[in-house]
Design a protein around this ligand. Sequence first.
Ligand code: SF4
Length: 457
Amino acid sequence: MKYHVWTEGCQMNVADSQRVASALEALGYVAESEAEQADVIVLNTCVVRQSAEDKAYGRLTSLLPLKRKRPELVINLMGCLVGVRGADALRTKLPMVDVFSPPSEPGPLVRYLLERDGHDLAEAERLQRFAYQDEATTVLNAQTGGYTLPAFERGRAVSAHVPIVYGCSHACTFCIIPLKRGVERSRPVGEVAADVRGLVEQGVREVTLLGQIVDRYGQDIDDGPTLAGLLRAIHDIEGLERIRFLTSHPNWMTDDLLRTVAELPKVCEHIEVPVQAGDDAVLANMKRGYTNGDYRRLVERIRTIIPNVSIGTDIIVGFPGETAEQFEATYTLLADLKIDVAHLARYSTRPGTVAQRRMVDDVPEAEKVRRFQVLEDLQERVVGEINARFVGTRLEVLVEDLHKGKWRGRTRNNKLVFFEAGPTPEAPGHNLRGLTVPVTITQAGAWSMQAERLADR
Ligand code: SF4
């Protein structure tokens, strides 16, 4: 029996898709790259912008003829299009879907397939195939307590995402995530540590801890752990080389967390902390909870406490009511702070959000496109200047894979680097995948750098 997973959206969705694949493999399914050849198709969806939602419906519609031809084909719709509350509303609208699964939930599909094939969950657990957590069926390897990477990743994946907080309890007026993923729920430290240990045993060398507001880890648990505490708890796992985390929020970054990043050798000096806009009135309308000045002071604190840190941020252009002057404040903020990477997006009205219910999407699309381009051009200049400073310097690169005959990997600052692979890259002793190697940067652009490998000291 074969399965195919189609994934749209963020790192959390990528991690969720890996867990579904892992669950299906525990049921004896094997991965299939062609959806048309699969017996089970999982569509893991995103609705953070209208374009992503349209893509999900488009993919579903494209499967209709296949479903008509093969009614036994199982179609599982998962992720933010379903959301934590969405299945009933969608059931009548999408009759071709057999199973609806909320985000991060492989359980409904596992239950459906087990029961369809005459098994029951109790028997599955007895067979040591699954372990249950809380009310949700989260598929764990009953031996390690952690989760097993899907076969196509095992031994290949150098980096992996590990969710630590599901959902979000903030209410930014533009954001649909709390409506789709529910309030924040932190995973226990022991469970996260088991995941990380299991991943390292499967060849992973770097983990990225995930949460909508990762710094709020443990806040929903009485006397709960903190992110700084979790970093310390997993730091000494043997074989683990690098730790990253995202996404932060300006209001929850503590000095204790920043000092922990500076102190722990495996925690990489890269911080993803979205600002979203530069104007205080726009930030207030977004209900972000900080000002332009607060954000500037935070960036200064981060750069003071963590030497050589790189910073990433998110920006939305064209939020309802954003004037040209207010947009200038975003431009000036980025130009002044010289941020290493800015993930740019044009405002997209999302159903059910406060902005959709109370504000008018009045910035013309053409103007949103212009503002987006202005910031993209700015960032290309700024990041080009930042990266140029690395030319001639020695950096450590964790090698992820081969790409067009070159090794590809990342520095601790999350910069993408390519270097020559030599004549026989896959030959024993030449295969660098998963190794951290020293290189000299020879060339730098805004989006990646070229390097020469140095002899290991
Ligand atoms: S912090 Fe705001 S933008 Fe981020 S997931 Fe939560 S509600 Fe959305």
